[in-house]
Ligand binder design. Structure first.
Ligand SMILES: Cc1cc2nc3c(=O)[nH]c(=O)nc-3n(C[C@H](O)[C@H](O)[C@H](O)COP(=O)(O)OP(=O)(O)OC[C@H]3O[C@@H](n4cnc5c(N)ncnc54)[C@H](O)[C@@H]3O)c2cc1C
Ligand code: SF4
Ligand code: SF4
Ligand code: SF4
Length: 382
């Protein structure tokens, strides 16, 4: 038996192989960009093949899409605090109200790494809201999910590959609800830390919001709240981390450049931004609208039980566009992107993230002028 774990280009860093190894032969380490990868200690490995068996990349399955709709949370505060229309919170509230628990992702402000945690009440959902455009570590929650599944409903929300990994571990458990989102890819944890530490200097961070709606839902804005100081507010186009991640796609995890899950979500429900609202007869108030796709009967049932949300059905074919929008539009070839990422990393090693990112960001002055005009327009509208 040979160990045939996913290779560097397809491994998603879920950590299931390490969790399942009976000999503790797999450790998880961060590479220089901060992405998590497994390392096998051949002196401990007994070639049992369990890690291969549980690696979701080696055991791909297919899912279907049953129905689609769009909507938003009817509580304006929750909608405002969420990235899109707040559907994550609405679904999580339903599971909590049935005595269940919710797993979602938060930033640890002492390390600035992102990881998965467990919520048992509505208050604990609050830091889970908002997209963190960076890799999140799920390796700490496997035991806890296992325990919860024995007698409670469990909702896990994460990337499509994380949902695939969780499904591989727990199978089609009737208590488990998997919610994935349309996914462009995750950014490098070490650059996220470098950049937001740099812009914050010595200020103590209370919260980082990457989808703040200061300019409205259509204009992603980063807001950092500090305990004592005035907020940092930057439109995505002038924030070095965000711009190089989303517009240039410079430091996504390697597997994201050729994602196997772009249009194959093994979750019960997929959520995302419903940008096509502008093409419907509904009024786009720029406050955030979610696209919701039920991928299983269980997902459909959860949606039907969900209150506090206004849902409008659409034909499933009208949702298809959204999956392909997630593919990096600048990606000519995967290898070309990965080589570009390597050059970026090499430069960061020599000159640091801030210097390197600014070298790649062209026309920053022009973008700053555009943001200033947006700011003036926002003031005159008020
Ligand atoms: C890395 C990333 C890429 C995305 N790419 C797209 C895209 O291309 N197109 C699109 O339409 N939508 C994309 N989204 C999803 C979108 O930004 C919203 O998160 C989604 O529509 C849910 O909105 P909401 O208002 O219900 O969620 P919110 O209340 O904002 O909740 C966000 C949910 O996402 C989870 N989450 C946040 N960050 C992470 C993370 N790093 N890893 C795992 N889970 C996380 C939280 O735990 C929470 O459950 C992306 C999100 C992320 C995190
Ligand atoms: S083959 Fe077995 S012992 Fe070796 S790393 Fe995989 S799970 Fe562990
Ligand atoms: S189980 Fe997860 S971490 Fe391990 S090799 Fe497969 S994708 Fe990578
Ligand atoms: S783009 Fe694909 S591989 Fe990357 S985080 Fe999203 S689902 Fe996972």
């Amino acid at each position: 038996m040979t160990i045939d774990l996913a290779d560097h280009q397809s491994c998603t860093g879920c950590g299931v192989c390490a969790y399942k190894c009976p000999k503790d032969a797999i450790s998880l380490e961060r590479d220089r960009a901060g992405f998590i990868y497994p390392r096998v200690d051949s002196t401990k490995c007994v070639q049992c093949g369990i890690c291969n068996k549980y690696c979701h990349v080696n055991n791909l399955t297919k899912n279907s899409r049953l129905s689609a709709c769009f909507g938003w949370h009817s509580n304006p505060r929750i909608r405002e605090e969420s990235s899109s229309g707040g559907l994550f919170t609405a679904l999580a509230q339903t599971v909590l109200s049935e005595g269940g628990v919710v797993y979602g992702h938060v930033i640890d402000y002492s390390t600035l790494y992102t990881h998965c945690i467990r919520a048992e009440n509505e208050e604990q959902l609050s830091p889970m809201r908002q997209s963190k455009y960076v890799e999140s570590n799920i390796t700490n929650v496997f035991d806890s999910i296992n325990e919860d599944l024995s007698d409670r409903l469990v909702l896990f929300c994460g990337t499509p590959c994380q949902c695939a990994a969780i499904k591989k571990v727990y199978g089609d458990n009737k208590n488990l609800f998997l919610i994935s989102f349309l996914c462009y890819g995750v950014g490098a944890p070490n650059f996220f830390r470098d950049h937001y530490r740099f812009v914050s200097k010595n200020k103590k961070i209370k919260e980082i919001r990457m989808r703040d709606k200061f300019f409205g839902w259509h204009d992603d804005t980063v807001r950092i709240k500090y305990f004592k100081n005035k907020d940092y507010l930057a439109h995505y186009s002038v924030d070095a981390y965000y711009y190089c991640y989303i517009s240039l796609g410079l430091y996504k995890r390697d597997c994201c450049y050729s994602c196997q899950y772009t249009d194959n979500h093994l979750s019960d429900i997929t959520i995302g931004d419903y940008w096509n609202i502008v093409k419907t007869s509904y009024y786009d108030d720029n406050k955030g609208v979610s696209l919701i796709i039920a991928n299983s009967e269980k997902g459909k049932e959860l949606l039907s039980l969900t209150e506090d949300v206004k849902l409008h059905s659409i034909d499933i074919s009208e949702a298809e566009y959204a999956f392909f929008k997630c593919i990096d539009p600048n990606s000519e070839t995967v290898q070309w992107k990965i080589n570009g990422k390597k050059q970026f990393l090499d430069s960061c090693k020599k000159r640091g993230f801030e210097f390197t990112a600014r070298k790649y960001m062209k026309n920053t002055s022009l973008r700053k002028i555009k943001v200033f005009i947006k700011f003036l327009l926002r003031k005159t509208k008020k």
